[in-house]
Design a protein. Sequence first.
Length: 120
Amino acid sequence: MTQYLITVPHDTEESPTMENMDPAEIQPILDAVDAFNEKLRAEGAWVFAGGLEPPSATTGVDNTGDTAIVTDGPFTESKEYLGGFWVIEAADLDAALAWAKEGSKACAGRVEVRPFQDVA
């Protein structure tokens, strides 16, 4: 089986965030994501998943020179940032896309799917 990354991008200008949504709006989404996660586990597709803090919680590390430089972030220059993700196992891209459709419905947002590189 191939592993796929399903990401949940957020648009910093338009998308509601956990910080600015009414808890009554968030709870159904959290419940739907929990149900989706349980389905992934039950069907053996679950590898790992997680939600991420906003870009303001970022710390940059650059150890490409003589000394490592650690800097408070964020360093996002785009309108989108990664809000969360799933790592799943699926037989092929079509199966991963089927999971992504369910994940998109559960988290009430757009998702993106990328296969991991084959390191064999």
